[in-house]
Design a protein around this ligand. Structure first.
Ligand SMILES: Nc1ncnc2c1ncn2[C@@H]1O[C@H](COP(=O)(O)OP(=O)(O)OP(=O)(O)O)[C@@H](O)[C@H]1O
Length: 314
């Protein structure tokens, strides 16, 4: 039997000055998955997760965290949910260890702060004041704070914004470790690469609404984007042979370089064709569409349908 979802959001509406910044959002985050919410600036991502965390009151709709209402059942939800909010800031003069200890004091059975800091690679910096930590270390302190209460679900908002590529990759490793420990992760990001790499499920939010929701592969597949295959060969090869393949929609040629566009079955048929003519291509490369491409395609389609602007998606 399938486990109950970790988080369900149904018809959530949040208004500011009568403007709905979250407009009938529904989401289901299954236990043990990494669920990413992506979308342009101002789309309503932070408002959605802050409402899930019980920090904002919905104007309509329901939010449940393991069946509990974050506002009506605050104590139960606090024990189940860890939250790292965008631009968390802590007292500059406190050390990493003191900050985590302070939050540990809020829980009945917290993790050992020293062990947690060690696990997050902060052992050597445990005695360093927050203000003296690097950006990546400060982010890890905020993760430690989110994890110290042994949450079953953790919300991470723009976790890797401002980190250098190496710290970002290390942080991705930490998020994957959480999933390996059966912690459900709801993350907000505007890095498509991050969502594609980490998430089991992605919801794309735009102007307060969920406009697409699926696995990264499902979103890319549904966007109907073509693949490209590039190769070079000095052999006698007529591009019409390739163009006749039903999987191929276009062939561009620049002397010895061929760029073939087609659907996902194109690679096999083109390579088979080359093999049948005893042609071994040089520098064969497949360009797969990415989640970023899918995002642009999906939001572009929305643009086509209602003629409104979507600056951040461009
Ligand atoms: N307390 C508030 N009062 C009035 N408007 C607000 C408030 N908080 C957020 N908003 C507005 O609601 C909209 C959604 O904001 P939100 O922070 O949820 O978006 P976001 O998708 O998280 O954006 P970003 O990626 O820039 O953080 C924005 O237009 C924002 O200006």
């Amino acid at each position: 039997m399938k486990a109950d979802p970790a988080i369900t959001v149904t018809g959530l509406v949040k208004r500011y000055d009568s403007r709905a910044v979250v407009d009938e959002v529904s989401l289901t985050v299954e236990q043990g998955e990494i669920f990413a919410i992506v979308g342009p600036n101002g789309a309503g991502k932070s408002t959605t997760i802050e409402t899930i965390a019980g920090l904002r009151t919905p104007d309509a709709g329901t939010v449940r965290v393991f069946g509990h209402d974050p506002i009506g059942d605050r104590t139960a939800v606090r024990g189940l949910l860890g939250v790292q909010l965008q631009e968390s800031s802590f007292q500059d003069k406190l050390t990493a260890r003191e900050i985590v200890d302070t939050y540990a004091g809020l829980y009945q059975d917290p993790l050992d702060s020293g062990e947690l800091l060690d696990r997050l690679g902060l052992g050597p910096s445990a005695g360093t004041r927050y203000a003296k930590l690097s950006g990546g270390q400060q982010q890890r302190v905020s993760i430690a704070v989110a994890l110290v209460g042994r949450p079953r679900v953790v919300i991470l908002d723009e976790l890797t914004t401002g980190l250098d590529p190496q710290s970002r990759r290390e942080t991705w490793g930490l998020v994957e470790d959480l999933r390996d420990d059966d912690v459900t992760v709801l993350l907000v990001t505007h890095f498509m690469e991050e969502a594609e790499r980490l998430a089991d499920h992605v919801a794309l939010i735009d102007r307060g609404r969920v406009v697409a929701s699926d696995t990264p592969a499902g979103l890319i597949g549904d966007a109907g984007l073509a693949q490209q295959l590039r190769f070079t060969t000095a052999a006698a090869l007529d591009e019409d042979w390739i163009l006749r393949l039903p999987e191929v929609s276009a062939v561009a040629r620049d002397r010895h370089e061929f760029v073939v566009t087609g659907d996902e079955r194109m690679l096999f048929s083109v390579v088979s064709l080359l093999g049948a003519h005893d042609i071994v291509p040089d520098r064969l490369q497949v360009d797969q569409p990415t989640l970023d491409d899918a995002f642009v395609a999906i939001t572009g389609r929305l643009l086509d349908t209602d003629h409104t602007t979507l600056e951040a998606a461009r």
